[in-house]
Design a protein around this ligand. Structure first.
Ligand SMILES: Cc1cc2nc3c(=O)[nH]c(=O)nc-3n(C[C@H](O)[C@H](O)[C@H](O)COP(=O)(O)O)c2cc1C
Length: 134
């Protein structure tokens, strides 16, 4: 299986990357696994121009989101990792997630396996984790 892991933490030696690295090591047995540090990319927020709806599903922004979206489309399974920032995912990962808009009709029918790893400072009973995960 081709597994694509996105690290939404800007801290290369942070907790999220450590968790994802452990996940990668486990999954590498029998799979092809790539980890991408989203914070290394030049990204912009979706500007809702609908340009992607007129050109076959490619973001028209001059950033690197289109290549990431294509990798997500091609992967059999995708794991999203993020630190909790104010009860949500990191802004870096959210910029990628918003660009799903360019492929939203496709994503609904792909049947892709999805995993989410959320790392926060609060205890596990805090509803923030469920809000992000679900
Ligand atoms: C801007 C910011 C907002 C944060 N908001 C929360 C929060 O709402 N809940 C929480 O449990 N932790 C919060 N934290 C703590 C981080 O989620 C926590 O330290 C996490 O382990 C950081 O992951 P990292 O080591 O990959 O950077 C916040 C940290 C930052 C920098």
């Amino acid at each position: 299986m081709n597994i694509f892991i996105l690290n939404g933490s800007p801290r290369y030696h942070g907790n999220t990357r450590a968790a994802l690295q452990t996940m990668k090591t486990i999954l590498e047995d029998g799979n092809t696994v790539e980890v991408l540090d989203v914070s290394t990319l030049k990204l912009s927020g979706c500007c809702a121009c609908d340009g992607c709806k007129r050109n076959g599903g490619h973001c028209v922004c001059q950033d690197e989101s289109d290549a990431v979206i294509q990798k997500i489309v091609q992967a059999d399974a995708v794991i999203f990792g993020t630190p909790v920032y104010w009860w949500g995912m990191s802004a870096q990962l959210k910029m990628v997630v918003d660009k799903f808009y360019s492929q939203d009709s496709q994503f609904k029918t792909m049947g892709k396996k999805i995993g989410v790893i959320v790392v926060g400072a609060n205890n596990m009973e805090n509803p923030q984790y469920r809000l992000i995960h679900d």
